[in-house]
Design a protein around this ligand. Structure first.
Ligand code: NAP
Length: 251
């Protein structure tokens, strides 16, 4: 199937590694021009070089902290200056704190929400008017199954993710009439640096609760994201695609 992504301009936040890195690679393989963003320049430049080497595509690496409005404005401006438009935004930043409820401080909650919830909202708010003006766009927010799966050790992630579900639906309502389709992918447990962090915090995983009996690879999440970012997802609007190997059993 031709995804119709050739020549499209994509911005992937959190694109230096993990799910964002895998998504940026796949978008480039599909012929999109890809801008990737993250805070640490070394990893970012390495990923940009890898994508360019493996796909032959054009890649722009822009360091930015998405918790800071001025840095997000500069990020979006740099992509527009380079290519004139942004067709696809993949929001793959976020790292909410895990921990015991009574030990989580105000700062823990604020940092978690500032990045995962407001970080994704801030980038979408900066990109959205440009997509509206060009009457075509795709925004894919990477959320997570804790949006639905309430667990005591993962409250900040759950609250941020539930907020992002609501935000995704509401932004989809605004964007739909302009051809700007906003959707989300909710990964289950994926083998990335984020998983290593959560395990280091004492979060335990039981593979028996996952129907497929294993964690996901970042590329498996990227496949779903890239479909939603594509021309082929033309009637998908305000949807959540759960990619969790069958972990969530309720309908
Ligand atoms: N891995 C999982 O099991 C899992 C499950 C469900 C949902 N998710 C969600 O999927 C998304 C991606 O997770 P992942 O596992 O791919 O994480 P990851 O491997 O840790 O990658 C996170 C990316 O975000 C960037 N980032 C972090 N803080 C940032 C900030 N303030 N401003 C800009 N960029 C920032 C990181 O680069 P820098 O550190 O250099 O900034 C990196 O590029 C997150 O929203 C996560 O909550 C992951």
């Amino acid at each position: 199937m031709d995804l119709g992504l050739k020549g499209r301009i994509a911005l992937v936040t959190g694109g230096s590694k993990g799910i964002g890195g895998a998504t940026a690679m796949l978008l480039a393989r599909e012929g999109a021009y890809v801008a990737i963003s993250a805070r640490h320049t070394e990893e970012l430049d390495e990923m940009a070089a890898r994508i360019s080497r493996e796909t032959g595509g054009q890649v722009l690496a822009v360091p930015a902290d998405c918790t800071k409005q001025d840095e997000v404005s500069v990020l979006v401006r740099q992509v527009l200056d380079r290519w004139g438009r942004i067709d696809v935004l993949v929001n793959s930043i976020g790292a909410a704190k895990a921990g015991i409820f009574l030990q989580l401080s105000d700062d823990d909650w604020q940092q978690s929400l500032a990045l995962k919830l407001f970080g994704q909202i801030r980038v979408a708010r900066e990109v959205f008017p440009h997509m509206q003006k060009q009457s075509w766009g795709r925004i894919v927010n990477v959320i997570g199954t804790h949006a639905l799966l309430a667990e005591a050790h993962a409250m900040p992630a759950g609250v941020a993710n539930a907020g992002l579900m609501n935000f995704t639906k509401a932004l989809a309502e605004l964007g739909g009439p302009y051809g700007v389709l906003v959707n989300a992918v909710s990964p289950g447990t994926v083998r990335t640096a984020r998983l290593e962090y959560l395990m280091s915090q004492g979060v335990e995983y039981n593979l028996k609760t996952i129907t497929l009996g294993r964690f996901a690879e970042a590329e498996e999440i990227a496949n779903a994201i890239v479909f939603l970012a594509s021309e082929r997802a033309s009637y998908v609007c305000g949807s959540f695609l759960t990619v969790d190997g069958g972990q969530i059993k309720c309908i």
